[in-house]
Design a protein around this ligand. Structure first.
Ligand SMILES: Nc1nc2c(ncn2[C@@H]2O[C@H](COP(=O)(O)OP(=O)(O)OP(=O)(O)O)[C@@H](O)[C@H]2O)c(=O)[nH]1
Ligand SMILES: [Mg+2]
Length: 466
């Protein structure tokens, strides 16, 4: 049963602002709105057309609370699909609270987190993955994550899934039909066509599953670990990248004890920089925990900036070359940038010499001075070039949601079972069971199959008023 009691919430952020928007949705939203609104032109909200705007006052009995503008939407032509009004009032917290309390007294109930969007879903205005994209869109803070959320909200990903589910459903019903004629041993479902469909589904599922790696990284920012010996300037580099004094810098080795993280958007892509404690052999317990963490951070990072001090590199280059090779062998697939810091301390000839030493290693090398902000922009450009934005540019569907990823994995598993069943000529009744399970997993993505617990989990993460 779809609830239709009237819910109210502040749709704009809490706190004072120029204006605030209070939203009411439900069967009686317009009636309740009308009971507290006095139009300057003596209009009754109940008799007004949908998608109209009305100037007037919110009245608590004879007391005027504020001059407001009311937007009117009649169900089903609203975000939630229900009757909705939005009151734009002056943005003082006092006014917001007074109006909301008045509406509660008039029969509204405070909305739960995401309840407006939940109702939009229940009323068929959005499918589940589109509703989830609304939350992503609100929290997106860079171009790439915004683009992915917009695409998902337009239904890019769920359309594809829904279409495949539809085709699978057709086959499922043909197979079910065969069960009814079990004695006659007939085949209604063309096995070759079915096999072709299963291959196609498998292909799409695998592509979507693979896209999760890209999607997740874009949504949360690409993790970049800054590692190197104590005192090489890791924290100084973090500060230079972020253009703020984020981490403590000092000439004392071992200044950074824990890891420090911060995010920066470069060319529309979010990067999460992780400044670590210096790597070295040590007796100091606290610092050796830091070193263990450094290796963990390399593991978790998508890109590693391995920092060296120019003067030290010059005098110990052969040792360092061995070390870089070690790291390369340990993490062969990890994009690694060897960063030589403090280059302003070297002559041009010495810089060229270091470059020569590193040449045979076939690694990316950046020469910088974190302190003087030299080469930092080039380093950023280098980072951006690691990102495979091809998928984004091609407008390909990218999965960013862990729940979808999980359902896709399960669906793939079921599809592969069906495919196996087909290959070994499994009986129709057993095959029908596997297909049902696959259909179920598909349905959980778009919300054709849902339950209260699932919906509760999804919408609890929304903000109130959305
Ligand atoms: N000359 C010069 N000094 C630098 C440069 N970058 C950093 N430093 C100095 O090097 C010292 C160490 O810098 P940090 O950024 O604290 O080094 P770190 O790698 O974070 O050190 P730990 O946290 O101890 O591992 C500080 O005195 C910095 O001012 C640079 O480009 N040139
Ligand atoms: Mg540091």
């Amino acid at each position: 049963m779809i609830p239709n009691d009237s819910i109210v919430a502040l749709a704009t952020p809490s706190g004072a602002g120029a204006i605030a928007v209070i939203r009411i949705s439900g069967k009686d939203a317009i009636t309740i709105g009308n009971s507290v609104f006095k139009s300057v032109k003596n209009k009754e909200l109940l008799t007004q057309k949908t998608h109209t705007l009305h100037l007037g006052h919110i009245m608590d009995g004879t007391k005027t609370l504020d001059e407001v503008l009311v937007s009117l939407f009649k169900g089903p032509n609203s975000y939630t699909g229900e009757n909705t009004i939005e009151i734009s009032c002056h943005g003082s917290t006092y006014i917001q609270q007074q109006i909301i309390q008045l509406l509660l007294r008039k029969g509204c109930r405070m909305a739960d987190p995401g309840e407006f969007t939940l109702r939009a879903f229940l009323n068929g205005k959005l499918d589940l993955s589109q509703a989830e994209a609304v939350a992503d869109l609100i929290s997106s803070d860079n171009e790439a994550s915004h683009q992915i959320a917009m695409q998902q909200m337009r239904g890019g990903f769920s359309n594809e899934i829904a279409k495949l589910r539809e085709e699978l459903l057709n086959f499922a019903s043909l197979i079910e039909l065969e069960l009814d004629f079990a004695e006659e041993d007939v085949e209604f479902a063309d096995r070759a066509q079915f096999h072709e469909l299963l291959n196609r589904i498998e292909f799409v599922l695998k592509r979507l599953i693979d896209s999760f790696a890209v999607g997740n990284v874009i949504k949360n920012g690409i993790p970049v670990a800054i590692v190197g010996e104590p005192n090489v300037g890791k924290s100084t580099l973090l500060n230079a990248l972020l253009n703020e004094e984020r981490a403590i810098v000092s000439e004392i080795a071992g200044t950074t004890r824990d890891t420090i993280e911060d995010e920066l958007v470069i060319g529309g892509i979010g990067f999460r920089f992780i400044d670590t404690a210096g790597i070295r052999e040590t007796q100091d317990i606290v610092e050796s925990i830091g070193i263990r963490k450094t290796f963990e951070k390399i593991e978790q990072a998508q890109v590693v900036l391995y920092l060296f001090e120019s003067l030290k590199f010059k005098s110990q280059s052969s040792e360092y070359v061995v070390e870089i090779e070690k790291i390369k062998n340990q993490f062969p697939l990890k994009p690694l940038v060897v960063v030589i810091n403090k280059i302003e301390l070297l002559s041009d000839a010495e810089v060229a010499e270091i470059k020569n030493k590193l040449q045979p290693l076939n690694v990316i090398v950046e020469m910088i001075s974190a302190k003087q902000n030299l080469g930092v922009e080039e380093l950023k450009t280098q980072l951006l070039s690691f990102v495979n934005t091809g998928a984004l540019r091609n407008n390909e569907t990218i999965v960013t949601n862990t729940r979808h990823y999980d359902s896709l994995l399960k669906a793939l598993d079921e599809i592969q079972k069906v495919k196996y069943g087909l290959e070994v000529n499994l009986s129709s009744d057993l095959m029908a069971l596997d297909i049902k399970e696959a259909l179920y997993q598909f349905g959980t993505i778009t919300g054709q199959v849902s339950n209260d617990e699932l919906l509760g989990n999804i919408f609890a993460n929304f903000c109130i008023g959305k």
